[in-house]
Design a protein around this ligand. Structure first.
Ligand code: AMP
Length: 471
């Protein structure tokens, strides 16, 4: 079960002596809803007592006015959780709370994933701390609390636990008095720091700073720990950083209005679309995006190819992401609930559909059928990233390799299965060029199978097929 519980999440924290911190974490989590819709939680403290509220569902559903009133105090952390598992376990909602003693607790919110939990599990086993039913984030909380119980400050405890965090992590931890933010040495997931009056904010993405009127200060550096308490803010570089941001943040996951590594996510996506049009010439009458994530790429594609853009598929914004549902038939039905093509726009036209990625191939098959049923004369599919052939171990829920369509089907077979007249991917080189950052600063593992943080025993799950070199 644990291997299914890989999650990619949104985390947010506020420390400010004049703030009602939970009142700011709440809208922050709202802005990060795209990073997780399974559950949400906030832990807050007034300097003396740590209180929390967490539960399944969207931010809009989890907190009542009463809950927010009870979450008093000037420091708070929060998390939206996203999981691949069909069975939702309330017990896995975050922040995870651990009681240290009658007076002291800690709370932890994690974005990322430890592909191998062997090292941390062995440590806890040796200390006779039960790991039964615990996932990676639970174990991280257990080891931190072990060191806090040994009379270490929260930051010291995190520093001592650090060698056991064998994977990708952005964490926000708090006790009654302070918040500690930390990022793994590769900075696989994004995490930034903002300032609001004299207070400090941490957020997975800068779009969440904007929503509360905070100013972007900088990103938490890979390998860095940042402590905020009544004395102010201080940085501890725990290990040497080697930035490798997951490229999928730019391709799909992050919000377009976020800035990551100094780059506008929206601008990058437009560039991906432009580059795609430079690499492939297709005759068409109309460019339509798969909403919402492919909109900037479709605009870029249209501008470069001079083929008119029109949002010909309408999205019901109140049905959330299909990826969560693991059974294929449920996913199919949700696509129809969520998307509806406008027949009067598509009829008798050569339609170029732009999407950001193909993972399993299920969603785009449905969308292409919709476009055909809507009366399109021909349908061409342009993908603004290369084929995804390798699973993710760092916190995105891309499934195991067997489910990734490009890992077991040829280009032609994928086009046939999806039902398009032609299918084109952005090249690997074109992707790097359009992003405008050195390849060495990115984690490209979903395209290359090269994992910058050791994936331990999970490497046995990876196959390199000779045909991969061809596309
Ligand atoms: P699929 O039907 O599995 O090929 O789904 C691909 C679609 O899901 C693309 O249109 C993306 O916009 C979206 N997508 C890609 N990666 C993820 C992910 N990790 N989580 C949720 N959705 C994703």
């Amino acid at each position: 079960m644990r291997s299914k519980l890989r999650e990619k999440c949104g985390i947010f924290a506020v420390f400010g002596k004049d703030f009602k911190a939970a009142r700011l974490v709440h809208p922050g989590l709202w802005a990060l809803q795209h990073r997780g819709q399974e559950s949400s939680g906030i832990a807050a403290s007034d300097g003396k007592k740590l209180r929390f509220k967490k539960g399944p569902g969207l931010v809009a559903h989890v907190y009542s006015e009463e809950d927010l009133k009870k979450l008093t105090g000037h420091l708070a952390i929060g998390q939206n959780r996203y999981s691949t598992s069909g069975d939702f376990f309330d017990a896995h909602a975050q922040p995870i709370i651990a009681k240290i003693n009658n007076k002291k607790s800690i709370a932890l919110a994690h974005n990322g994933n430890l592909p191998s939990v062997e090292k941390i599990k062995n440590f806890l086993d040796k200390k006779s701390i039960s790991t039964k039913g615990l996932n990676d984030s639970d174990m991280m909380t257990q080891i931190i609390s072990y060191f806090v119980k040994g009379n270490n400050s929260l930051e010291k405890a995190i520093g001592k636990s650090w060698p056991y965090f064998t994977g990708s992590f952005c964490i926000l931890a708090m006790d009654e008095k302070k918040i500690v933010a930390a990022r793994d040495r590769c900075g696989i997931r994004p995490l930034c720091i903002g300032k609001l009056n004299s207070g400090y904010i941490f957020a997975s993405e800068s779009c969440a700073l904007d929503i509360i009127g905070a100013k972007f200060l900088r990103e938490v550096k890979p390998g860095e720990m940042v402590v905020v308490d009544e004395k102010g803010i201080r940085s501890i570089q725990v290990e040497k950083g080697d930035q490798k941001l997951d490229v999928f943040e730019f391709v799909y996951f992050a919000r377009p209005d976020s800035i990551i590594l100094g780059k506008s996510v929206d601008q990058i996506r437009q560039n991906l679309g432009k580059q795609l049009a430079k690499e492939h010439t297709v005759k068409g009458d109309l460019v339509i995006p798969v909403p919402d994530s492919a909109i900037p790429a479709a605009i870029g594609f249209s501008r470069q190819s001079q083929i008119p853009y029109y949002p010909g598929i309408i999205k019901n914004r109140y049905v959330h992401r299909t990826f969560i549902s693991p059974e294929e038939h449920t996913r199919d039905r949700i696509v129809q609930l969520k998307l509806n093509p406008m027949k009067h726009i598509l009829k008798n036209k050569r339609i170029i559909v732009v999407d950001d990625s193909i993972v399993r191939g299920t969603t785009c098959r449905q969308i292409i059928k919709m476009v055909r049923d809507g009366g399109a004369k021909s349908v061409h599919l342009m993908i603004s990233s290369p084929p995804v052939r390798f699973p993710d171990f760092y916190g995105i829920n891309t499934p195991n390799q067997k489910e990734l369509i490009a890992s077991y089907k040829s280009h032609g077979a994928i086009a046939k299965e999806i039902g398009v007249d032609s299918l084109h991917y952005l090249s690997y080189k074109g992707l790097i060029q359009a992003i405008g950052l050195p390849e060495s600063k990115l984690c490209m593992s979903c395209f290359t199978g090269k994992y910058p943080i050791d994936i331990g025993e999970r490497s046995k799950e990876i196959n390199f097929h000779p045909s991969y070199a061809k596309i």
